[in-house]
Design a protein around this ligand. Sequence first.
Ligand code: NAG
Ligand code: NAG
Ligand code: ZN
Length: 455
Amino acid sequence: MGTTHLTLTLLCVILFTCTHAKIGYFWHITDFHYDPLYTSQGDTRRQCRKADERGSSGHHRALGQFGDYSCDGSLALIESAARYMRTRHPENVEFVLWTGDILSSRFPGNEDDKYQAISNMTDLLRGTFTSHFVFPVLGHSDPSPSEQLTNLWMKWLPLEALQTFQNGGYYTIEQTQSKLRIVALNTNLFGARESQNVNTDKQWQWLDEVLQKATSNKEMVYIVGHAAPGSDSRVAYDAYSADANARYLNMIRKYARIIAGQFFGHLHADTFRVFYDHDRPVSWALLAPSVSPHRDPAGSSNPGLRLYKFDINTGKVLDYTQYYLDLAASNRAAIPEWQPEYNLTQYYSLHDVSAYSLHNLAEKLRFGIPLEAAMFHKYLRAYNVKRDAPDSCDGACANQHFCAITCLEHLAYRQCVEAAASALAAAGNSSPLIAPPISVTIALSPIIAKLVKFV
Ligand SMILES: *[C@@H]1O[C@H](CO)[C@@H](O)[C@H](O)[C@H]1NC(C)=O
Ligand SMILES: *[C@@H]1O[C@H](CO)[C@@H](O)[C@H](O)[C@H]1NC(C)=O
Ligand SMILES: [Zn+2]
């Protein structure tokens, strides 16, 4: 009896270790901002569309075949991304996350035209990922959930998911092969404008129930949505209302143990967020850059695609490879030159992808750590997807990045930015990445000040 038991135990241990690190991959693609009227004869002063003959005021620069840094996504750009993903597709891709803003926010046309455009993008992805499920969520430039949209994505979503999607734009996917659950949110409902929408309350209730059930079923969870909570380092506009933001953070703290990752788009930037519970890093979100360039004269970005590597059984994210297209070079060469940009763990020398590791990385990005200035430059390069910003990022700018990564409460973010700004002013130092006096770092925020004490 004793030996049989031992043998069985050993066998289980061996089987467990063998199956333990079953590696899989998934794509995260976001923010196509498809503009069917993009044309290389377009005029940036006319939203990159063709100027009519009468209104045309003479000379304007020619736009690129694949797009332009001040325009939304062209069909040629999006098709080139799809083609590249097909060639880069490893054997064991499990699914695709598609996190919204499918259409340009200046999309021309009515609801039917929008539907047609989303249908075309859906066909493109169906042709690209012929035997895979794509899990879509809606962004703020997409139409509201409807029966039409639900029918469009019927091939990808199971019945239960289709029902909640049609009503509120959110759903959950249970994986048959693993204990990993995907929770796809309609983050549009977290915006201030939707606070009175009946679906807003329904989604909160549903989310709590789903996470509760996942806890009792011992499942791990990926949360997927268009916009992340917290603040953007570039604009004074928060995607979530103050109430929704606080509620979301509480939800993450409550269920942090089962949340294996949070995945968002929306910012058209490559960055991340660390979630704290009483100063302890407990969860993370990774924000993928967009397929369309970031349309901002103050700092544009190249198009990006991201392929995650994960442990299929536990959901643990192991790494990702960020791919990008040098848009200017591709337009010059008349070939879309998609290529790998970097791998997360190697690029930042991370031991693993965890809240703790990302917290440590964030600490290195804090303005005024002289030895880590190179790390901040690396971060900034990734943030713009290898598109050099016209202006360098000064001390105040660097602090905004750090505050956005580590202070997800709206108020804490503002306090973090203000404290850093006044410390910088007091130190008379706003030049890029020169070590300020130590008092600057200590004045940042209570959480950070406490951590500094222990260093
Ligand atoms: C969608 O695809 C059809 C067929 O190729 C095309 O005729 C139509 O113009 C496309 N519409 C949009 C908005 O992309
Ligand atoms: C990055 O990750 C990919 C996919 O796991 C791998 O094929 C590639 O060799 C890695 N590159 C480097 C430089 O580590
Ligand atoms: Zn967007």
